[in-house]
Design a protein around this ligand. Sequence first.
Ligand code: NVA
Length: 312
Amino acid sequence: MTVRHFLRDDDLSAEEQAEVLRRAGALKAAPYSDRCLEGPRAVAILFDKPTLRTQLSFSAGVAALGGHPVVVDGRLAGVGTRESVPDTARVLGRQAAAIVWRTFEQARIEEMARYAGVPVVNALTDEFHPCQVLADLLTVTERKGSLPGLTLAYVGDGANNMAHSYLLGGALAALHVRVGTPAGHEPGTAVLQRARELADAQGGSVAVTDDPVAAVRGADVVATDTWVSMGQEGEKDTKAGAGSPFRPFALTRSLLAGAAPDAVALHCLPAYRGLEIDDEVIEGPQAAVWDEAENRLHAQKALLSFLLEASA
Ligand code: NVA
């Protein structure tokens, strides 16, 4: 039996990503039409970092699929300190149908997947946030009809998990992905290289620039994210303080005005108004942030259903 995991966006092929998005749309229309966790089978949902949307959307989603969500506080479990990752993985895998984990280094979730024996889902690591990008792609599909050929501009911290997942997930969806970020905050070289390969194969493209205006020019979608990701709190003064190099990359009304007139503005939340996004943008008519938050639920249900079916 092959166990399928979702540790990074490109763990799905382009066709599989499209299938998950199609299923997500179907589940949004008929929320209880898929009972793949009937039993109820348990899904372990572990958090080593703060959460709101992810805990709710996975818990509600597992329940709606007929299963039983078991949320585990990472501080209690002490994964990697109290008990090694391989030991934890084998214990969880004997009792849960799937494991969902929000943690720090990507290597931790890769190790979990090697030992779990059941699908492991990345609910955010330092390197990737692929579930959010599935939700975002669903949101853009709803707003724009289809994905291939659209331009998605991301402005902000080009080295963070959202930037990396937009690059991979966007390339798989045949988007033209542009990352606008200050020098020294570019995406990881290996991720960029992989995104280029995927974009070449699918007909999209990827580009990185330190010019925020050029990044968003004519874009169909403009996305941003906090400048200080979870785990980087010690860098708050340099990344978000008065001399922050990210200031010109803030998603203001004037920056958004350079995108397509009907551009959609995205933010994965939590948002820091007045820093990476202005109040008038997030509360304005082009923002789709509450749809993104809701679509976490539908996209993750579709993903779990797909992974369980593909692993059977
Ligand atoms: N880049 C952010 C995303 C939050 C959902 C972080 O890692 O904190």
